[in-house]
Design a protein. Sequence first.
Length: 291
Amino acid sequence: MLKINDKYEMIFASLPSRVTSAIKRICAARVGGVGAISELHMCVGSRSSLLLGRERIYLLTEIAQTDMQQTVNKLCNGAIYAHRDTITAGYISLDSGIRVGICGTARYELGHIVGISDVSSLVFRIPTRDSSLLSELEEAWSTSKSGMLIYARAGVGKTTALRSLVSSLAQKEGRIAVVDERCEFSVDECRKLGVTHLRGYRRYDGMEIALRTMSPDIIVVDEIGSRRESDGMLDSLNSGIRLLASAHSESADDVVKRPGVRILIENGIFDVLFGIFNTDGTYSHKIERLK
């Protein structure tokens, strides 16, 4: 019988039983087993697929609309209303740090999405625990005096890098506060590490609350970028707090041109950039010191 850790059990418990059985059969014969799954895609009227290692594998069974609705209900523990804000933003977050992309038919009021019906697609992004670049991340952070920005294109491992580095730093540095707007850090892991976990807070709100009430030495924020958000951060980050953050970008030149990042660099919030790249499954990195 397959031994499956909690994050996979949480996913499998939400899926139609025939889909779970098919996944287990496939993984039983593969190197790494279930633990090698990094993505699961479900689409109404089509076959589900797995990203297992570097290989995309399609299941034989098709997903009906009733299957999709039952899966969404289970992911939300029967309380879809409680997840309304994130669903309208395109995702559902699970306590294990797994983010499930969701799309369907949007309903608008006064120019804003207020609901999603007839869900047609779900994409489970399953994080790995450790980055293969952890030692390089640790070395780069050790040379930073004010803060470090990790950048990469989507799906390359920015959030995994953040989680790995936070896990390492929690064992050797001071108080850490993680502002986790999209709920991509595991609740249990943060508790075990003794990390202050501001789950679901908007980035600026979470930073302000952390600084006002938690006295952190390091603040961690995923996916920064907007100028409005960064303007608010500047008001909070002139008290000696170090910032560890990530941003979506293909290159260092591109990321420093983004208004929200540029103003933080100009004000000395970041003094190290750490780029992550994936070429044909091979990871590499680039470190740039700004001062």
